[in-house]
Design a protein around this ligand. Structure first.
Ligand SMILES: Nc1ncnc2c1ncn2[C@@H]1O[C@H](COP(=O)(O)OP(=O)(O)OP(=O)(O)O)[C@@H](O)[C@H]1O
Ligand SMILES: [Mg+2]
Length: 243
C-alpha cells in the first residue's frame, strides 16, 4: 500500500508509487522554498482521493496561514469546509512557560510540549478519520529540547504516535544549511524518507531544486530536479536534469 503524494511530478520520482503507507517523511527545505505549500497540496490530493488529512501548524495560527496561501488556489478552504482536512493550531506550543501546571502537578515544558502535541494530533486524526498528517514545522517542537538525546526521543515519540494511527505523515523541517553539500541534520537519520526543497545558483539566478534524498522501501530517483511554484502550487519536473 502506498500513499500518492499528489504534488505534480513527485510520485514519478517515487517509482511511480508514492510513499509507503504509514511512513514518516521529512520535508526539509530552505526558507520560502514551499514547504507549507507542499504539505497543503499533499492533503488536498488526499481529500480528493478519499483520504482525509490533518494539518498541524506549529508556527502560524491557521487562519493567517489559510489567508496567505489562498491566492495560490490550492483548494484547501473547500476541503476544510467539507471536513476532509482538519486544521490544528498548535502554535501556542512555542510560548510554553518553563513549568506547566497539569492538574495538581507541575511538569517541565519538555515533557509537556511533545505530550500536548501528540494529544491534539491523535484527537484530530480520530475526528476526521485521517490517513494523512502534516506537521509544520517540527523545528518549533525540537527547540524546546537542548539535549540531542531529548530531541531524538521527542521526535521518535511523535512519529510512533502518527504511525500507530496508520497515517502517512509529512514532518516539515527547516533546513539549517541549504547548500547541496551540506551536513545532515539529525532528523534525516530517524525518518523513513526525506524530501528536500532548496535552490542553487545557476549562472546569475537561483533555480528551485527538489530531490528525494531517501525513501525506505522505494527504488527512488535521488537526482535533483527543478521545480516551480505558481498558481495551483508546486510542480516538479522529473525528466529535467539540473546539471
Ligand atoms: N502566486 C505565486 N506564484 C509564484 N510563487 C509564489 C506564489 N505565491 C507564493 N509563492 C512563493 O511561495 C513561497 C512561499 O511558500 P511557502 O509558504 O509554502 O514556503 P515555506 O517553505 O513554507 O516558507 P517558510 O520557510 O516561511 O515557512 C514564497 O516564498 C513565494 O516565493
Ligand atoms: Mg512554511
Amino acid at each position: 500500500m502506498h500513499t500518492r503524494v499528489g504534488v505534480k511530478g513527485v510520485d514519478a520520482l517515487l517509482d511511480g508509487k508514492g510513499i509507503p503507507a504509514g511512513h514518516n517523511v521529512l520535508v526539509l527545505g530552505a526558507p520560502g522554498s514551499g514547504k507549507t505549500t507542499f504539505g497543503l497540496q499533499y492533503l488536498v490530493a488526499g481529500a480528493k482521493a478519499g483520504e482525509n488529512g490533518v494539518y498541524v501548524s506549529l508556527d502560524e495560527d491557521t487562519e493567517r496561514l489559510l489567508e496567505s496561501t489562498e491566492p495560490l488556489g490550492l483548494g484547501v478552504e473547500q476541503a476544510v469546509a467539507a471536513k476532509k482536512i482538519a486544521m490544528v493550531d498548535a502554535s501556542p506550543i512555542r510560548l510554553l512557560p518553563a513549568k506547566v501546571k497539569l492538574g495538581g502537578t507541575e511538569i517541565g515544558r519538555k515533557e509537556f510540549a511533545v505530550a500536548t502535541l501528540i494529544n491534539s494530533v491523535t484527537e484530530a486524526i480520530k475526528r476526521v478519520g485521517a490517513r494523512r498528517v502534516v506537521i509544520d514545522p517540527i523545528s518549533t517542537l525540537v527547540v524546546h529540547y537542548s539535549e540531542d538525546y531529548d530531541r531524538r526521543i521527542a521526535l521518535l515519540d511523535l512519529m510512533a504516535a502518527t504511525a500507530r494511527s496508520k497515517c502517512t505523515t509529512l514532518l516539515v523541517a527547516e533546513m539549517s544549511d541549504p547548500s547541496l553539500e551540506r551536513k545532515y541534520q539529525f532528523e534525516e537519520f530517524i525518518v523513513d524518507g526525506v524530501l528536500v526543497l532548496t535552490r542553487v545558483l545557476s549562472g546569475q539566478s537561483f533555480t528551485r531544486v527538489f530531490s528525494v534524498e531517501k525513501m525506505r522501501g522505494i527504488d527512488n530517483d535521488s537526482q535533483p530536479h527543478p521545480y516551480k511554484i505558481s498558481e495551483g502550487g508546486i510542480e516538479v519536473f522529473p525528466t529535467e536534469q539540473l546539471f
